[in-house]
Design a binder for this molecule. Structure first.
Ligand code: HEC
Length: 129
């Protein structure tokens, strides 16, 4: 009888050990800074930064907090509010204000890859492409 209990104990323990050794592979979203030679597309590269996962539009949805960063409104709004400065891309508020290395806009920051994409888009003329 004792042997059976012992055997059960060993089995349970080894089962626990085996099950605790599962590896979980967490797939991180890809955050790759843009290649400076790439042409940045406003609709394909920039709009998703603001809209995917409600990243920015959770607040900037046109109701209270401007700029309205929803796909149909963002381009017009950024220009009418003067948040893009193609002469001085780094000074553009849409780049600089939520930049990860600034103290401003602690609500939400770009990742450094997102900031790099936004800057490159402005350097390429901030086109509605
Ligand atoms: C939790 C709410 C919230 C989220 C999310 C958010 N913002 Fe803001 N944002 C604000 C508030 C509040 C202000 C006004 C106060 C300030 O300037 O910090 C603001 C201001 C700004 C301004 C300056 C507008 C001006 O006229 O000076 C820009 C640009 C901006 N946000 C961009 C973004 C971007 C890009 C994202 C996504 C990465 C984002 N925001 C996400 C709340 C938010």
């Amino acid at each position: 009888m004792k042997k059976i209990v012992l055997l059960m104990l060993v089995m349970v323990t080894s089962l626990l050990i085996i099950s605790s050794c599962q590896y979980k592979f967490i797939v991180e979203p890809e955050v790759v800074p843009p290649n400076p030679d790439d042409t940045i597309s406003f609709s394909l590269d920039i709009i998703p930064i603001w809209n995917n996962g409600d990243n920015c539009v959770s607040c900037h949805d046109g109701s209270i907090q401007h700029p309205d960063l929803r796909p149909d409104a963002a381009y017009g709004e950024l220009n009418s509010m003067g948040l893009i400065d193609t002469g001085n891309p780094q000074q553009s508020l849409i780049y600089d204000h939520p930049h990860p290395d600034t103290d401003s806009h602690s609500w939400k920051k770009y990742t450094s890859a997102q900031a790099a994409s936004v800057l490159l888009w402005i350097e390429q003329g901030a086109k509605n492409n």
